[in-house]
Ligand binder design. Structure first.
Ligand code: UDP
Ligand code: MG
Length: 328
């Protein structure tokens, strides 16, 4: 019989002391169930990534790790955000696992979809996207904003899987390729499709949070949307370049027109029109400069090549040494 793959379930946690005691057991049950059916190795693990929580999350993780060897934990030195936490976990898992599945810790994503993901891996897929089949539990506003977000990303030329968040299986091979992506601005759901390889999707129902509250209010959601576009696509720059050409042509026509008017002797003291043009051009230019500035800012962050995560603590049984394991 084929050697069963070692699965690492990578779970980012930020201030989740309310929900972690309720969901941690579910991950372990799933590992037991899948290994019982011979689909994964009994040496599979649940790897919690504490994203610099300020509450008792790390203590809970340490307790879990002390109680059962299937639980592992790493802790980021400070809060770096969901994407960096998932990335840190995947990179930590990379050398020990055959497959990884990233999933939120709040029980919103249906854990039972993991079986179908693992089956797809056995069929030769290197990446399996968890895709929500319905958004019935989301508010109408969240549904609408999320759906327009995917449409906008598509329009901007970012290849994203519709209704896929960060519930995803990645094989070790895919993780090794992901590690080669050098960008500091992480947008994992836009990066995974760029890795390529055989991939597929698995549908699942998204539930309500079991406890605690969302860390993604509207402001953060908009920031993620804008980050997604400007990290993955240069279409906004192309669009403003196109608009720049258009306005340049328009201004040429305007110049010809005003010179002709002056030559014909119809020119009047045109304060209003001058002011309008100046204001219009000023407005357009500052808007465009802003968009360009956003990219310059990104370049600035990228050239600094800072570590993308810094691990400050690990539960005793986690693999590897602390030295040299940080974020590159
Ligand atoms: N999370 C994180 N760092 C953060 C914010 C969130 O690691 O700065 C984790 C959080 O613990 C959860 C996942 O990311 O496991 C998704 O967050 P949340 O459930 O708050 O977002 P929502 O599901 O409402 O979009
Ligand atoms: Mg959630």
């Amino acid at each position: 019989m084929m050697k069963q793959p070692v699965l690492y379930i990578v779970v980012p946690c930020y201030n989740e002391e309310e929900v972690l005691p309720r969901t941690s057991g579910l991950f372990l049950d799933e590992i037991r169930e899948l290994s019982g059916r011979g689909k994964i190795s009994p040496d599979s693990r649940v790897l919690f990534v504490d994203d610099g929580s300020r509450d008792g999350t790390w203590r809970i993780i340490c307790d879990l790790a002390a109680r059962d060897e299937h639980y592992l934990g790493i802790r980021q030195s400070r809060n770096r955000g969901h994407q960096n936490a998932v990335f840190a976990g995947l990179m930590e898992a990379k050398d020990s696992c055959d497959i990884s599945i990233s999933i939120d810790c709040d029980g919103q994503d249906d854990i039972h979809a993991m079986e179908a993901m693992v089956d797809a891996y056995h069929d030769g897929c290197e990446i399996v996207y968890g895709v929500r089949t319905s958004r019935a539990t989301d508010t109408a506003f969240k549904r609408l904003s999320a759906e327009s977000f995917y449409k906008l990303l598509r329009f901007m030329g970012v290849d994203v899987v519709y209704n896929h968040a960060d519930y995803r299986l990645m094989s070790r091979r895919a993780l090794e390729e992901l590690a080669k992506f050098r960008e500091v601005n992480l947008y994992l759901r836009g990066m995974a499709p760029l890795i390529g390889f055989k991939s597929t999707s698995v549908g699942y129902e998204r539930h309500e949070r079991l406890a605690g509250k969302s860390h993604y209010p509207l402001g953060k959601m908009l920031a993620l949307a804008f980050d997604g576009i400007s990290s993955m696509s240069i279409k906004p720059m192309r669009m403003i370049a196109g608009a720049g050409v258009f306005f340049f042509l328009l201004s040429l026509i305007g110049i010809v027109w005003s010179v002709a008017t002056a030559l014909c002797g119809h020119a009047v003291p045109g304060w209003a029109s001058t002011a309008c043009i100046v204001l219009l051009m000023g407005g357009i230019q500052s808007l465009f400069m802003g968009v360009i500035g956003e990219y310059v800012g990104k370049i600035y962050l990228e050239v600094k090549d800072r570590p993308r995560y810094i691990i400050s603590e690990k539960t005793p049984r986690s693999s590897g040494q602390m030295e040299g394991k940080n974020g590159h």
